[in-house]
Design a protein around this ligand. Structure first.
Ligand code: NAD
Ligand code: TYD
Length: 342
């Protein structure tokens, strides 16, 4: 297998490359990544040491880049992680989300068709279903996204459906729950709060903090993606979650314990997502489990391990949080509510 991993310098893509290197000793991997604010070569320093991995800087929406790699590396499979991935940023400015999450997916699908690749897997999200107060989404549930991010992901996700129906393009789609684990960019709930608590800074809980997310460890998500890549049926969608529903407040409690901090560092702020804040995510995963996959990471143990990782790997995240672009985003998004606690 000659695999093209897009967005491989980001959180989940980099962990997926690690999994493939171990699980498929014959696989050769090409990573294409635009190295946006969320992509860092420091995230893949270890995998770039392998002679089975090559890195190509570039945007997925650039057909010259994608077609050039497919030809030079004789690519047989694509797994697409490349995306603008943060809801809060999409509320500030959503143009780049449409470019990457919709148009970029179109370019990858066209290349898969043109070069008759064996398979493309598109990594989508449970957020395309929108919010569910009771019960759980199945792969047949309606697509009802509520933020510019989730709507852009829904656009890419549905392009995959349309391509498989219109052109029999061999594409499969996965919809994952909220991921946690090492190398997550420190703007998402768990790494943002862990890194701030390590530094003794206040953490901003949106609204009442009782929103529910279904958390899945990044390596369980990656093993699910790999299972679907090889065993999933063309044109089908597969949910990847761990039935692990937690309120944000429960997560904060564990983060406080693991960093040795107390409630005085928790600041409840008016919800900056307003009506766009999904209350609860929940999915069924029987269809994916029927392919022989199951999640294996105990949430509480591995959440605590993740905090330990952020304590130990300050060499990885400090250069990221110290750059002006990161601080500008924090000021722009949280300035009005965190004020002097920024
Ligand atoms: P991330 O933001 O950490 O990484 C995204 C990567 O894509 C970065 O390396 C970035 O440089 C790269 N990228 C962005 N635009 C690009 C472009 N136009 N061309 C090439 N590369 C580009 O995101 P993540 O958390 O690793 O998420 C990966 C994928 O998984 C995304 O598609 C996301 O929607 C999906 N997903 C994420 C979660 C989650 O909890 N993080 C859950 C379900 C699904
Ligand atoms: P996030 O990690 O951004 O993921 P998503 O929006 O994809 O679910 O947010 C997870 C939850 O945490 C969500 O309910 C919003 C909340 N949250 C906060 O309360 N404060 C924060 O500073 C952040 C980043 C998130």
């Amino acid at each position: 297998m000659n695999l093209l991993v897009t967005g491989g310098a980001g959180f989940i893509g980099s962990n997926y490359v690690r999994l493939v290197l171990k699980k498929h000793p014959q696989a050769r991997i090409s990573i294409v990544d635009a190295l946006t604010y969320a992509g860092n070569l420091s995230t893949i320093r270890d995998v770039l040491a392998s002679d089975r991995v090559k890195f190509f800087p570039g945007h997925i929406q650039d057909p010259c880049v994608i077609e050039g790699i497919i030809k030079s590396e004789q690519i047989s499979h694509i797994v697409n992680f490349a995306a603008e991935s943060h809801n809060d940023r999409s509320l500030l400015d959503s143009g780049s989300f449409i470019q990457t999450d919709v148009y970029g997916v179109h370019i990858l699908l066209e290349a898969t068709r043109k070069f008759k690749l064996e398979r493309m897997l598109h990594v989508s999200t449970d957020e395309v279903y929108g919010s569910i107060l009771e019960g759980a989404f199945t792969e047949q549930s309606p697509i009802e996204p509520n933020t510019p991010y989730s709507a852009s992901k829904a656009g890419g996700d549905l392009q995959c459906r349309a391509h498989s129906i219109s052109y029999q393009t061999p594409v499969v789609v996965t919809r994952g729950g909220n991921n946690y684990g090492p190398f997550q960019y420190p703007e998402k709930l768990i790494p943002f709060f862990a890194t701030r608590l390590i530094d003794g800074k206040k953490v901003p809980v949106y609204g009442d903090g009782n929103q529910v997310r279904e958390w899945v460890h990044v390596m369980d998500h990656c093993s699910g993606i790999d299972t679907v890549l090889h065993a999933g049926k063309v044109g089908e969608v597969y949910n990847i979650g761990d039935s692990n529903e937690r309120r944000n407040n429960e997560i904060v409690k564990i983060l406080l314990e693991e960093t040795g901090r107390d409630e005085s560092l928790v600041k409840s702020i008016p919800d900056p997502r307003k009506g766009a804040h999904d209350r609860r995510y929940s999915m069924t995963t029987e269809k994916t489990q029927a392919l022989g996959w199951k999640p294996e990471h105990d949430f509480e143990k591995y959440l605590r391990d993740t905090v330990k990782w952020y304590k130990e790997r300050q060499d990885w995240w400090r250069p990221i949080t110290e750059i002006p672009a990161f601080q500008d985003f924090i000021k722009r998004f949280y300035g009005p509510t965190l004020g002097s606690d920024l």
